[in-house]
Design a binder for this molecule. Structure first.
Ligand SMILES: [Mg+2]
Length: 439
C-alpha cells in the first residue's frame, strides 16, 4: 500500500514554491489553496486506520480534518476580504494576497469560502478521505460554490453567460432536446435572468447555430412558462465577440442576426478592417509555419474575423502538446508584430486558443463578448450596462493555452466547470440559492 500523497504533498508546497508556481500559472487560484490544505491532510489524516484497530476513530479524524480545512478556508477568505479592501480604495501598496500571488485578478464579489467548503465537503466527503488529499478539483468546486453563493447573496444575478463546447454539450456535439441543462436555463430565463451563449464557434449564419443549439431554441419557442418578453432574454455571441444573434420566433432557425452597428461598443468600433486583416494575415502565416514545422495533419481555415487550423480529417486528433505549442507560437508572433499582449493591445485585441481539437485566433475575446451582453441587456447606449458582480460566466477553458473563458473574468464573476454534467449541478446549486433568497 503506497501513501503517495504523504511523501509528495508535504514537501512539494513550501511558501516559496507557491510564489514560483504562480509566476507560471496565471489563472489558477485553486493551486495554492490546494497547497495550503495539503498540510493538515498530512498531519491529521489517519491512513493506518485501515489496518490498525486501536487507532483514532474514523469519525474523530474526519471531524478534525473538517475543522482544520474549514479554518484554512476562513483564513483565505479573510485574506481575500483584505485584498478587496485594497482594490476598492486603490491603495498603492499591495495586499498580502497580492504579494503571495502576484498574478491574482480582480474580484467583483467577496467569496464565502468557509461556507462553500462546508457545502462541498457534505457533497464530496473531502474530510473523510485518508489517502487522497484535497485536490485541484475539490478546490475548483469550492471556489465555484463560493462564487455562486456570492452572486446570489450579496447581490442579484442578472446575466449568466455560457461557453458552448464542454460547458453546455460535449466537445463538438450539440444541445439536443433531452439535455438536462435546457430546463435549468429556461428556469433562469423565467426568473428574468438574461442568458448569453458566448462561444468561440464563429458561424456567420443562424442555421449553423441552430444546428448546435436546437434543443434549447426549440424549447424556448414552445415553452409555456416564458412570456414573449422573457423569450428575448437570450442572445448568442459567436466567434467570441464577433457575431450576435437574438431570439426570433418567426425566423426559420429561431435566430436573427443583429447588425454590428447595433451592438459594437465604441472601443470595438475603433478596430479598423485594415488592422483586423493585417492581424489575421500575420496569424495565418504563423499557423502555416506551425503546420510545416510540426508536420501537423491540419488544414488552414480563414474566416472574416478569425483564422485557425483544423484536422485534415475529423477522425484525427492532433496531440494536445502540438495544439498548445501552436497557440504559444502564434500568440508570441502576434504580440511582437502588433506591439502588445493579446488582451490589452491598443490596435486589435485577439485571442489565440486551443479549442481541444483545433487552434483558432479570434478577433477580440470573451471579455468583449460578455461585455457586449452586459450592454445589450443593460438597455443600450445610454443605460448602465449590467455590472460585473451581477454577471456569471460559466466555462471550461481556464488553464489551457489561450484559455478563452478565463478572459471573461476581467468583466464578471466566473465558474470553472469540467463537463456539461458539472454545469447542471452548478445550475441546481444556483437555483437552490436563488429560491432561498426569494423566500
Ligand atoms: Mg469550451
Amino acid at each position: 500500500m503506497t501513501v503517495h500523497v504523504l511523501s509528495s504533498g508535504w514537501n512539494r508546497y513550501t511558501f516559496s514554491d507557491l510564489l514560483a508556481e504562480h509566476a507560471r500559472f496565471v489563472p489558477s487560484d485553486s493551486k495554492w489553496i490546494k497547497g495550503l490544505l495539503a498540510v493538515p491532510f498530512v498531519l491529521y489524516s489517519q491512513p493506518t486506520g485501515v489496518f490498525e484497530t486501536n487507532s483514532v476513530s474514523f469519525t474523530q479524524m474526519s471531524e478534525e480534518a473538517h475543522r482544520r480545512y474549514a479554518e484554512i478556508m476562513r483564513d483565505v477568505e479573510v485574506m481575500l476580504d483584505d485584498h478587496i479592501e485594497h482594490q476598492r480604495d486603490n491603495r498603492s501598496l499591495p495586499s498580502k494576497l497580492k504579494l503571495l500571488v502576484p498574478t491574482i485578478g480582480v474580484f467583483f464579489t467577496r467569496l464565502p469560502l468557509e461556507a462553500a467548503f462546508k457545502y462541498q465537503d457534505r457533497k464530496r466527503f473531502i474530510s473523510s478521505r485518508r489517502f487522497v488529499s484535497p485536490s485541484f478539483n475539490d478546490v475548483r468546486l469550492v471556489l465555484n460554490s463560493a462564487q455562486i453563493m456570492a452572486v446570489t447573496t450579496y447581490g442579484t444575478l442578472q446575466l449568466a453567460t455560457f461557453d458552448g463546447d464542454v460547458t453546455l454539450y460535449d466537445d463538438g456535439e450539440s444541445l439536443v432536446p433531452t439535455s438536462p441543462v435546457i430546463p435549468r436555463m429556461i428556469d433562469l430565463m423565467r426568473k428574468n435572468v438574461k442568458i448569453g451563449i458566448v462561444t468561440a464557434a464563429g458561424y456567420t449564419t443562424a442555421d449553423r447555430y441552430y444546428d448546435r443549439l436546437h434543443g434549447l431554441l426549440d424549447a424556448i419557442a414552445t415553452s409555456r412558462e416564458l412570456t414573449p418578453q422573457q423569450r428575448q432574454n437570450i442572445v448568442i455571441m459567436g466567434g467570441e465577440a464577433n457575431y450576435l444573434f437574438e431570439f426570433h420566433a418567426e425566423s426559420e432557425h429561431l435566430l436573427r442576426p443583429v447588425p454590428r452597428e447595433r451592438w459594437l461598443t465604441a472601443e470595438m468600433a475603433a478596430w479598423s478592417d485594415k488592422s483586423i486583416e493585417a492581424l489575421l494575415d500575420v496569424a495565418e502565416a504563423a499557423l502555416r509555419d506551425c503546420i510545416k514545422t510540426m508536420a501537423l495533419p491540419a488544414t488552414l481555415m480563414r474566416k472574416d474575423r478569425a483564422v485557425g487550423i483544423i484536422p485534415t480529417d475529423p477522425s484525427i486528433r492532433i496531440p494536445r502538446e502540438s495544439l498548445e505549442e501552436t497557440v504559444l507560437v502564434v500568440q508570441k508572433i502576434l504580440e511582437l508584430s502588433v506591439g502588445g499582449r493579446d488582451f490589452d493591445n491598443k490596435v486589435v485585441p485577439f485571442c489565440a486558443f486551443n479549442g481541444g481539437r483545433d487552434v483558432f485566433v479570434d478577433i477580440g475575446d470573451k471579455s468583449w463578448g460578455v461585455n457586449v451582453c452586459q450592454k445589450w441587456f443593460g438597455g443600450g447606449d445610454d443605460a448602465a450596462p449590467i455590472r460585473g458582480e451581477n454577471t456569471l460566466h460559466v466555462g471550461d477553458q481556464f488553464l489551457s493555452a489561450g484559455s478563452n473563458d478565463f478572459k471573461a473574468r476581467s468583466v464578471g464573476t466566473t465558474a470553472w466547470i469540467a463537463s456539461p454534467a458539472e454545469t447542471v449541478e452548478l445550475l441546481d446549486e444556483l437555483a437552490d440559492l436563488m429560491g432561498k433568497k426569494i423566500s
